[in-house]
Design a protein around this ligand. Structure first.
Ligand code: NDP
Ligand code: MG
Length: 385
């Protein structure tokens, strides 16, 4: 049984991973969260990791109090996350933190030769070339957790090296599929947080509502499977049963289906290559009856279009789009901007900030920070008016 470190153990993916890990009796080496002290302490008491990291150092004394009498090492901040990612005991690191903050720990885990189960898609959007090159050099495997990418990874098993002609990247369309811009002007965070098929953290749920999630996944797929943008087709499939598919040279299409439950891809990434009973229900196709497939609406969903334009240019452009989006989503969740402004701000940041090639993590970080600062300035200038 592999030994696992979980970065982001208290989130939607993290808690489902804990359920999978407990079902299969896997050992947990370390846990990390941002600020949810209570759940992190509960998980630590149950799973007995050697170390836990709380990113927010101010809350560390509270965590220490809850873990008094144990020998669990307490860490904090980016240093703590990176230490956990590199622990010699890890066989695999599940990166399920949200946001580009996960990039450095991913690079550190790879440097230490650890396989990665990757949910944290922003890592590949911002620094895909760095991550894939580091993994190649170090001979480390990256197991996708994102359901669409896990689907493709599953479709490629036993493929004997045949070339992918095309990837069909399915999208639920989110809560606002079929709406036009005029309908979306007054959408609130509460409306946008109601996803039809998936129960997820707030950032990715907003990304699904703006369809930025599909843009991020498009870029993620490009890096994971070494595809050109023209090889990836986004198809809206409202039921989220076909999790994505691969077309080969002979036009045979192989897809992966299942109920929309992240425990399946999480378990596959952690137990690969084994398939064992998973704590979820089986798929009944006749319960669904009809599966539908439609084109995405690039006129309404500006974020999706910005992401596609960013990866067409490449270099630092996707990091800028990702950073602007992270900041704009935060502003929307705090009710500082309207729903459609997320797309406007992402597009503006993309068009106004300098791009360039990616050579180092520091360049990616600087592009990310410039994009966040751009959005913050635009939002505070608008609120001062
Ligand atoms: P959540 O918001 O539910 O959870 C995020 C987790 O990351 C929490 O444990 C949070 O801790 C932790 N975290 C955030 N910032 C830091 C930090 N600086 N240091 C350490 N820990 C941190 O998000 P999700 O689980 O929904 O998503 C996680 C990632 O997986 C995202 O990249 C998302 O796009 C991707 N993903 C998610 C899917 C889903 O179904 N949820 C599906 C496919 C991909 P705390 O609780 O303390 O805030
Ligand atoms: Mg997905």
């Amino acid at each position: 049984m592999k030994k696992v470190a979980i970065l982001g153990s208290t989130g939607s993916i993290g808690t489902q991973a804990v359920e999978v890990i407990q079902k299969h009796g896997m050992q947990v080496t370390a846990l990390a969260a941002h600020s949810n002290v209570k759940l992190l302490a509960e998980q630590a008491m149950q799973l007995h990791p050697a170390a836990v990291c709380l990113y927010q150092a101010e809350k560390l004394p509270e965590l220490a109090e809850l873990l008094k009498g144990t020998s669990i090492e307490l860490l904090s901040g980016m240093d703590g996350l990176c230490r956990i990612a590199q622990m010699p005991e890890n066989d695999i690191v599940l990166n399920s933190v949200v946001g580009m903050v996960g990039l450095l720990p991913t690079l550190k885990a790879i440097e230490a030769g650890k396989d990665i189960a990757l949910a944290n898609k922003e890592t590949l959007v911002a620094g895909g070339s760095l991550v894939m090159e580091a993994a190649r050099q170090r001979g480390v495997r990256i197991f996708p957790v994102d359901s669409e990418h896990s689907a493709v990874f599953q479709c490629l098993q036993g493929n004997d090296g045949n070339r992918i002609r095309k990837m069909i990247l399915t999208a639920s369309g989110g809560p606002f599929f079929g709406k036009k811009k005029a309908d979306l002007r007054h959408v609130t965070a509460a409306d946008a947080l109601k996803h039809p098929n998936w129960d997820m953290g707030s950032k990715i749920t907003i990304d699904s509502a703006t369809m930025m999630n599909k843009g991020l996944e498009f870029i993620e797929a490009k890096w994971l499977f070494d595809l050109t943008p023209s090889q990836i087709e986004i198809v809206v499939h409202r039921q989220s049963v076909l999790h994505s598919a691969v077309e080969f040279e002979d036009h045979a299409v192989i897809g992966q289906m299942g109920v929309p439950d992240m425990k399946i891809p999480i378990q596959y990434a952690l137990l690969y290559p084994e398939r064992k009973p998973c704590p979820t229900r089986p798929l009944s196709l006749t319960d669904y009856g009809t599966l539908t497939f439609e084109k995405p609406d690039l006129e309404t969903f500006d974020c999706l279009r910005a992401a596609l334009d960013a990866i067409a240019e490449g270099g630092l452009r996707p990091a800028i789009v990702n950073g602007a989006n992270e900041e704009a989503v935060g502003c929307f969740l705090r009710d500082e901007i309207g729903f459609l402004e997320i797309g406007t701000l992402v597009r503006e940041a993309m068009e106004n900030l300098p791009g360039g090639e990616v050579h180092t993590y520091e360049e990616v970080l600087a592009a990310d920070q410039a994009a966040r600062a751009y959005v913050r300035e635009r939002v505070s200038a608008a609120s001062a008016r």
